[in-house]
Design a protein. Structure first.
Length: 219
């Protein structure tokens, strides 16, 4: 169950803006890209698992080893059915700026304008790009970008959370003990899902918001 913050005027303004953005038709020249990150702990086997045999599943010991942590950045273009996942050592502003830079200069290099949907983590703002790249380089990189932020305490409005949930269920719901293994698993998942052009159908509208949440709006 989602925990929704106070439905203030600022909350409603940001929510309405995102719902309007999500209602727009697919556009190759103005892609809408939702971005979020997920921390993951590497879990290894304490003993060599027993492989699957005819009539018997694979078996592994209940004991495990902790092999450190890592981060995954996930960007999804919901209506195009395309996503990019990057495994990084950390999730600081240097890592985030590098991830977005790759999206803008490679994946979406030909887009006229790029709409980025983000939550309010302190690494997600323009100042972080200026801190990492300098003002001139940041201005050049972001000249085609329009930032869209979810209301505070409303990450449910970021469709990247839906994609991360699917990634977790389909790919990360087992022991993954190393960065190399994770990159291999995630890369195969991303390639297969992109090939099938798995989209996210967002049906929650401004009218739905007013109907379901209107009684709780704060003047």
């Amino acid at each position: 169950m989602w925990c929704i913050g106070a439905l203030t005027e600022e909350y409603r303004h940001r929510m309405y803006a995102l719902l309007e953005l999500y209602a727009r038709p697919l556009s190759a020249t103005e892609p809408v890209i939702c971005i979020d990150e997920k921390s993951l702990q590497f879990i290894g086997h304490s003993r060599t698992p027993l492989p699957m045999t005819e009539g018997a599943p694979a078996k592994h010991d209940y004991e495990y080893t902790r092999n450190g942590t890592t981060n995954l950045f996930v960007a999804v273009e919901p209506k195009a059915g395309q996503r990019v996942v990057s495994v990084t050592e950390h999730r600081g502003k240097i890592d985030f700026v590098a991830f977005v830079g790759e999206l803008l200069t490679r994946t979406y290099a030909n887009a006229r304008r790029v709409h980025l949907v983000l939550d309010n983590l302190n690494t997600h703002f323009r100042k972080c790009f200026e801190d990492v790249l300098g003002i001139r380089a940041a201005t050049k990189l972001l000249r085609r970008v329009q930032f869209h932020y979810t209301p505070k305490h409303a990450s449910w409005l970021n469709m990247a959370e839906i994609e991360i949930g699917i990634l977790s269920r389909q790919c990360l719901n087992r022991r993954i003990g190393s960065k190399d293994q994770l990159r291999s698993e995630v890369g195969a998942w991303q390639k297969a899902r992109n090939a099938l052009e798995r989209t996210i159908e967002w049906t929650f509208t401004r009218q739905d918001a007013d109907h379901k949440l209107g009684l709780h709006y704060v003047p």
